[in-house]
Design a protein around this ligand. Structure first.
Ligand SMILES: CC(C)(COP(=O)(O)OP(=O)(O)OC[C@H]1O[C@@H](n2cnc3c(N)ncnc32)[C@H](O)[C@@H]1OP(=O)(O)O)[C@@H](O)C(=O)NCCC(=O)NCCS
Length: 286
């Protein structure tokens, strides 16, 4: 185990992450984490090697909004054993100033996290549904859906998003800078960012993301508390699913926290099924 060093390691880790995405069918790290780590120098990275070859990578990042220290790791399938995992956990532990949280994706990683004696803090379900949606749900007549206008709708979106997700660890405290950074990503598509206006108030929104020609995502959906439980959430998800289908997507994925029964029930009723379980666990002190 040794620290990550800028330069050669960046390239090698990038290759490992790409290889694991191919093998597992999903990226080994969360969307922003390796980018945050490399480009903003926000954390500490570690390298696991065997016979001079890179077999694993981990990093600890400080999540400013929630003041949490978060760990993620990517390990080559031939080395997915408790020894490699324990080695990376041991290297990571001293770099968290307090409790260390670890995001694990899928059943194989969950099993290793259990063997390492972690405690489950949160569980996310990755769901998948077919497109186009079978339900046709008309939008309430008190809203009008328009696409997001960068630089114009920012404040309205921040207000509605942060109200909808008030108290939520990651989603409830977006800043103007966070939004600007996300809107600047390669995949951003203003047309797929659907805003439901009730006159001049933003009642709700559904932000979609296209992963490939065939796969779209319900990336973030929120309805302002003043407008919840009036049918807008269901209608705007379905509207966004039609948008994705119209853009060529054949299936739609999304992530939902299992502590969110209204969202789980909404997606279940729209025919979404469970594809993968992810967890946020607490790393024992060792
Ligand atoms: C989840 C959310 C988008 C639903 O929007 P909404 O406008 O309140 O929902 P709707 O009125 O269209 O209801 C849709 C379905 O959600 C479920 N639902 C809504 N409120 C619920 C509640 N209090 N308890 C249980 N289920 C509920 C029901 O299945 C409902 O179906 P129904 O139309 O047959 O009653 C909204 O509550 C929200 O913004 N929550 C905070 C942000 C969030 O959690 N986003 C989802 C992250 S994955």
């Amino acid at each position: 185990m040794r620290p990550f060093e800028a330069g050669d390691d960046g390239e090698k880790v990038g290759q490992l992450l790409a290889e694991l995405s191919e093998i597992d069918g999903f990226p080994p790290l969360g969307e922003t984490k390796f980018v945050d780590f490399r480009e903003q120098g926000l954390g500490t990275g570690f390298i696991a090697e065997a016979d001079g070859l890179l077999i694993g990578y981990a990093h600890v990042l400080h999540h400013v909004a929630s003041d949490a220290w978060e760990l993620e790791m990517a390990v080559h399938p031939q080395h997915r054993d408790i020894q490699t995992v324990e080695g990376l956990l041991e290297a990571a532990r001293p770099h968290a100033d307090g409790r260390l949280l670890w995001w694990v994706f899928g059943s194989e990683a969950i099993s290793l996290a259990e063997q390492a004696g972690t405690e489950v803090l949160r569980e996310l379900h990755k769901l998948r549904g077919a497109l186009p949606p079978t339900d046709d749900v008309p939008l309430p007549d008190w809203v009008e859906v328009r696409e997001f206008r960068p630089g114009i709708d920012d404040d309205a979106w921040l207000e509605t998003n942060n109200a909808a997700f008030a108290g939520h660890l990651e989603n409830g405290s977006w800043t103007a800078e966070d939004l600007k950074e996300r809107v600047g990503r390669d995949w951003f598509d203003a047309e797929g960012f659907r805003l439901a206006w009730a006159d001049d108030r933003l009642a709700g929104f559904c932000w979609t993301k296209r992963h490939s020609a065939e796969v779209g995502e319900i990336y973030i959906i929120g309805v302002h508390p003043d407008y919840q439980a009036r049918g807008l959430g269901r209608a705007i998800v379905v509207e966004a699913m039609h948008y994705l289908a119209g853009a060529g997507s054949k299936t739609c994925i999304l992530y939902v926290d299992t502590s969110n029964p209204s969202a789980l029930e909404l997606y279940r009723s729209l025919g979404f099924g469970l594809e993968r379980v992810d967890r946020c666990v607490v790393v024992p002190n060792g």
